[in-house]
Design a binder for this molecule. Structure first.
Ligand SMILES: [Zn+2]
Length: 120
């Protein structure tokens, strides 16, 4: 694999490494299948935002202003996720895919090394 090997020791550092490395948002290995290609993933935030906006309207009509406000904040966060300015939300299809790719790459590397040295 040709990705930059990150050095981190906490989940927060791992999270930051992924959202600051556009490699994980591309189509290089590991490949997660046709349904999770970069092109298809770029389209998904619009679908998710549409669903969240409908939920926000429903909550506003129901008088749940705090929940409606939280949904608005989430919508804004997902809408602002662009290359170089990743939102890092697990609700974001692009960032969730990047986290999944990084996780798969790490697991593959760990499994590969399992017979040679302890994983950790
Ligand atoms: Zn994102």
């Amino acid at each position: 694999m040709s990705f930059i090997r990150p050095k981190f020791s906490t989940f927060v550092q791992a999270h930051e490494e992924v959202i600051h490395n556009e490699y994980w948002y591309g189509d290089g290995p590991p490949v997660l299948g046709k349904s999770f290609s970069k092109t298809k993933t770029i389209e998904r935030p619009y679908q998710v935002i549409d669903i969240i906006r409908r939920a926000e309207k429903r909550e506003t009509k129901a008088g749940n202003d705090i929940l409606a406000s939280a949904l608005q904040t989430l919508t804004d966060k997902l809408a602002s996720c662009t290359p170089g300015f990743r939102c890092g939300s697990c609700a974001c299809p692009q960032c969730a895919r990047a986290f999944q790719r990084a996780k798969v790459a790490s697991q593959e590397e760990c499994i590969k090394r399992a017979g040679q040295e302890p994983c950790g």
